[in-house]
Ligand binder design. Sequence first.
Ligand SMILES: [Fe+2]
Ligand SMILES: [Fe+2]
Length: 160
Amino acid sequence: MDVIEKLIAGHREVKEYSDISDKLAELINNDAFFWDNAVRVTKFFKKEVREHFAIEESVLFPLLEKILPPDVLDNLSEIENEHGPIIKKLDELDRISLQHLKYPSKTTRELFVKVCGEIIELLLPHARREDGDIFPAVRKIFSDANYRELENLYFKYMES
Ligand SMILES: [Fe+2]
Ligand SMILES: [Fe+2]
């Protein structure tokens, strides 16, 4: 799997976790069942989504800025700007999880459902824009040398 395929696979995972997020509302009255599922979602956000954003921002996007034509780059900077508000929401969700550890309550669970849903609602269109506007342009334009550079940057990033 190359870097682009990994990122596309990450986008597909968002759809799987959106199903779990939808289920949380039904579990709202059962603290233990609720958090079993909520923890799965927070782990995904923490490990996969934050890492995914970091790879895009430090590996893929800087390379694309050197290669893609101006019209695609306009789109790219808009897409990149969507990361910030999503990260803010992820931080908010982390604070809600901590609040749950200290004061488990239905209010905390409701707040978790709300913010989790907001994150998914931001992530889905964001992933769709990358899949629809960015990756097809990359596939069309990238040369073998570009792919090699992308993989090298990725390995450097993983080692740092
Ligand atoms: Fe992204
Ligand atoms: Fe992405």
